[in-house]
Write a protein that binds this ligand. Structure first.
Ligand code: ADP
Ligand code: ZN
Length: 511
């Protein structure tokens, strides 16, 4: 049998696999259904392209955007892979169908809505298939940030070809979305492979806002090289650019409201520059390939941990040291919460969970990188040595006992109640519900009072974040894999309460 590595060398011209590629490809080749979660740029395409080339037949790739498909088509053809797209804008559809049926294609890219057509199913039945690759698989989940109802049509199609292996791919999926993808696409839960999210050269730092312009100016003075400052509004980008120019560094603003010629010029100047600071809305950076960005500063709260990871990921692509510094205010969270209240009801739970995860990243006294990587499903060491909290451990309180009490209450009430109810149990707030449920007789009833009661909410957030607790579809809490270690005394939980931290910081800057 051919060695995948030979194809990697001869067809793709790469000397070695990256990260989990080898593992994912091995699973695909043995026919095991798999969900691969890999960050943007990690090389997801190769995971289906290589098996597609190596084995007889065609790999059908489901992709949500026609533009994306055409990009991938060009890239595939560039290395000599026989590929085609079958979309409404292609006028060579008849030819493509013929090539497909004749086994003359390695890859066939299609949009998800095709999946519902009986005609398409017949077409597939006439060809020899070697793989279904479902790109941007998070689109199948209503819990995810980019739900596309058409992705729900895929399952019946996949199921009518039970022997064809499935590979789902995504860059952005929290634990909940991932579980959803597995269920929706019929992939067993041990079919999940996650890896490659660490960016060890990026130093993460997160501070409460205390005169943000000054804080960013200080960061700029400490950090030579090009940088991106993300601001919340167009007006804010211009104001910041103006204020930060006083640091002596060239600064520019970038947002969708600028004249397109100005925008293009600012972007081109930034890409060419070795010391420019660009103040931008988050639209900036999408298509930009600038490997030597030395810092990314957030003057506005990102939308989610995924967004934060994506945006900070624009720093240090050359592998040299870079800094990602987020400045946050409690009011940012309040505003975000308000916005969530305005979205469609069915999206609110997902949005709220995303904000909670972000809140925990911001509030933690522990390692930022560990939190990020755990969020993406990796199993990182507890400290990284290259984030603010690892380099300068903040004073934190030990909330391990409170965390254990919280977990016990969740367990004893049957792992189905939300944070508010568990708080009520632990602090002994009698209600019709608690009476009816018989929970007032539990040993955990009313065992928390006074100052400790204020810890319960942040403790619950911390538990959710480290996957000791998970939220079910109805908002009830249940144990996650992290619960055991805490209950058995193998893990502890340190907590920094935000108001105290802010006060301490404020005093710190005044001294
Ligand atoms: P993703 O879809 O995960 O964002 P791509 O599949 O577009 O990433 O790959 C990103 C880049 O990495 C591409 O230019 C691709 O050719 C390159 N690449 C993929 N695998 C390898 C490898 N094993 N060695 C070197 N380069 C690779
Ligand atoms: Zn760290």
């Amino acid at each position: 049998m051919t060695d995948p590595r030979d194809i990697l060398n001869s067809v793709f011209g790469f000397s070695d696999f990256r990260g989990v590629q080898r593992q994912v490809i091995a699973r695909v080749l043995e026919g095991t259904r798999t969900l691969a979660v890999m960050p943007t740029g990690a090389g997801k395409s190769l995971c289906y392209q290589l098996p597609a080339v190596m084995r007889e037949g065609t790999c059908v790739v489901v992709s949500p955007l026609i533009a994306l498909m055409h990009d991938q088509l060009r890239a595939a053809e560039a290395v000599g892979i026989r590929a085609a797209t079958l979309t409404s804008v292609d006028d060579n559809r008849a030819e493509t169908r013929e090539r497909f049926a004749a086994g003359d294609l390695d890859l066939l890219y299609v949009a998800p809505e095709r999946a519902s057509s009986g005609y398409f199913r017949d077409l597939l039945a006439r060809a020899k298939l070697n793989l279904f690759a479902i790109d941007e698989a998070h689109c199948v989940s209503e819990w995810g940030h980019d739900f596309r109802p058409d992705y729900r049509l895929l399952r019946p199609l996949l199921d009518s070809f039970p022997d064809v292996p499935r590979l789902a791919l995504t860059a952005t999926a929290d634990a909940h979305t991932r579980a959803d993808i597995l269920d929706q696409l019929g992939i067993p839960h041990d079919g999940l492979i996650v890896a490659g999210f660490d960016r060890p050269n990026i130093r993460y730092a997160i501070s409460p806002k205390a005169g943000t312009t000054q804080q960013i100016a200080d960061l700029i003075r400490e950090t030579p090289g090009p940088g991106i400052v993300y601001a919340p509004t167009r007006a804010a980008t211009e104001k910041l650019a103006e204020a930060l120019s006083r640091t002596g560094r060239p600064t520019r603003a970038y947002h969708a409201g600028l004249d397109s010629a100005v925008r293009r010029r600012n972007q081109a100047d930034f890409v060419a520059s070795e010391d420019m600071v660009i103040c931008a809305t988050i639209a900036f950076g999408m298509g930009i390939d600038k490997p030597d960005v030395r810092f990314v500063a957030h003057a506005a709260l990102p939308k989610s941990i995924e967004a934060y990871y994506q945006e900070t990921g624009r720093a240090g692509r050359d592998g040299d040291p870079a800094v990602a510094h987020l400045f946050w205010g409690a009011e940012d969270f309040a505003k975000a919460r308000q916005r969530i209240a305005e979205v469609e009801p069915e999206r609110q739970a997902g949005e709220r969970a995303r904000l909670t995860a972000l809140g925990a990243l911001v509030e933690t006294a522990g390692c930022r990188r560990a939190i990020l990587l755990r969020h993406f499903g990796e199993n990182p060491p507890p400290t990284c040595g290259n984030c603010d909290n690892c380099l300068n451990p903040p004073a934190a309180i030990d909330a391990t006992e409170t965390a254990r009490k919280f977990l016990s209450a969740v367990f004893r009430t049957g792992q189905m109640f939300g944070v508010g109810y568990i708080e009520g149990v632990l602090t002994g707030q009698s209600s019709e519900r608690s009476l009816m449920n018989g929970h007032e007789r539990l040993s955990v009833w009313g065992i928390v009072d006074g100052e400790e009661a204020a810890l319960l909410k942040p403790v619950s957030r911390a538990l959710l974040l480290r996957d000791a607790l998970r939220t079910n579809a109805h908002g009830g809490l249940e144990f996650g894999p992290g619960a055991r270690a805490l209950l058995k005394g193998e893990d502890d939980l340190a907590l920094v309460l935000p108001p105290k931290r802010e006060r301490r910081r404020r005093r710190g800057t005044a001294e």
